[in-house]
Design a binder for this molecule. Structure first.
Ligand code: C5P
Length: 405
């Protein structure tokens, strides 16, 4: 876990919508992530979620409307002390009423006053009936709040408690935490930048059921995408076939073959500030595709002719525009640095991240990695840890060495 995620102070405000019943799950997830959490409930929220459940899970008192201006902590004023204490404020769910009050700057209740006093980032998770969300008053309040600097998460689409189908669901607990990390990430150097990441394996089908592939799970590319998103980037993830990943916040372009990946990447490359090529692209595909499943028959051997796939990184290197940063990955089983340097030059990359896939805690499929990054200024020392830690470290070095103009 990167240092900036450690022991963050989270003020969780829960307001009176039906999805307030997910509050205890959210609280537990925040605590599991190592956060210190204070909970503030509005009066309406008490209809949907029990204060006792929340205080038991939190292992501390929670704050209710009756504590507003109570003098319970002697001279301390709850809405000021809580606002000053928090590194981040989350309101989940955030009702239309709470949005309207916040947009009007009303401080009539504990949460309203707290929002006025808060100087930390505030992330609102609107969740309500689809028509309430679409109402011009709610839409206008969203705009006002956005202009004031509040962060507004997009509600999920699906079946709503009121029986409607549509937009208005509270996002998953994982997505709420991700939005919080994005609000807390201290490095904002990718704010407003377009970053494209390729991740996962490719599959080159020989017949309708068999393919040439590799064991990539896309985790390293996913971690690079997540860290770029935390830093403020708009992230496009061109993703080969992998087990399900949490892709909240990304534009995901699913692909299967190297040819498909090439088309999707090249058609978007021009508008990208940074491109990270972490996919394990198959170098060869079958020269022909059999429409029928190839039968075993009596034969002892089967020859398949292979032809080279396009090298997407090289094609990107050829058309790289000034100021664009191109980062490759090199998975090597021998002569790590020599091979990586040669690839960086050949493909016109700005950086290459080299890993020795023969090392036990490195490379494909696992949750950890051990890499070195090579740039124009030479090679780094070894960077190791979870793929998230490695991605965080890599972005730090990349943006230090090649600041975006
Ligand atoms: O396979 P190789 O070691 O050459 O991969 C180095 C870099 O080139 C990686 O970033 C990989 O994603 C990229 N690559 C590619 N298209 C290929 C093969 C590799 O973009 N056909």
């Amino acid at each position: 876990m990167p240092a900036w995620k450690s022991r963050r102070k989270v003020l969780l405000g829960i307001t009176g919508g039906i999805s307030a019943y997910k509050g205890p799950d959210l609280l537990r997830a925040l605590m599991k992530a190592g956060c210190e959490v204070e909970v503030v409930l509005t009066e309406e929220a008490e209809h949907f979620v029990s204060p006792l459940v929340l205080s038991t899970l939190a292992g501390r008192r929670i704050w209710q409307q009756r504590d507003f201006l109570s003098g319970d902590r002697g001279w301390e004023i709850p809405h000021i002390t809580l606002a000053d204490w928090a590194d981040v404020v989350l309101i989940a769910p955030c009702t239309a009423e709470t949005m309207a009050n916040a947009a009007a700057g009303r401080g009539k209740d504990l949460l309203g006053s707290l929002l006025l006093a808060a100087r930390s980032p505030v992330v609102l998770f609107p969740a309500m009936n689809v028509n309430m969300l679409a109402h011009p008053a709610t839409a206008r309040n969203r705009e006002i709040l956005h202009e004031m600097g509040y962060i507004l998460a997009e509600p999920d689409t699906g079946s709503l408690a009121c029986g409607y189908e549509g937009k208005g669901r509270l996002p998953s607990v994982e997505a709420i935490l991700d939005e919080m990390w994005r609000a807390l990430c201290p490095d904002r150097r990718l704010e407003g930048r377009n970053v494209l990441v390729t991740a996962g394996p490719t599959r080159e089908f020989i017949d309708p059921v068999r393919f040439i592939g590799n064991p990539s799970t896309g985790k390293m590319g996913w971690a690079m995408a997540r860290s770029a998103w935390y830093r403020g980037a708009s992230v496009t993830l061109v993703l080969g076939p992998v087990p399900p990943l949490d892709v909240h916040g990304f534009t995901v372009i699913p692909v299967v073959s190297a040819e498909e990946m090439k088309d999707e990447v090249l058609s978007r490359a021009e508008s990208m500030d940074v491109i990270v090529k972490s996919a394990a692209v198959g170098d060869f595909r079958s020269a022909s595709f059999s429409r029928d499943k190839i039968k075993r028959g009596d034969r002892e051997e089967l020859q398949i002719d292979l032809v080279q796939n396009p090298d997407i990184a090289s094609l990107l290197g050829e058309r790289k525009r000034p100021g664009q940063i191109l980062i490759g990955f090199a998975a090597e089983s021998s002569d790590l640095l020599e091979n990586a340097v040669a690839k960086m030059k050949k493909k016109n990359l700005d950086f290459i991240v080299a890993n020795d896939i023969t090392a036990p805690d490195s490379g494909f499929a696992g949750d950890t990695n051990r890499v070195k990054i090579l740039g124009k200024e030479g090679v780094s020392g070894e960077i190791s840890g979870t793929k998230e830690d490695v991605a965080e470290d890599l972005w730090g070095r990349i943006l230090d060495e090649a600041p975006l103009s």
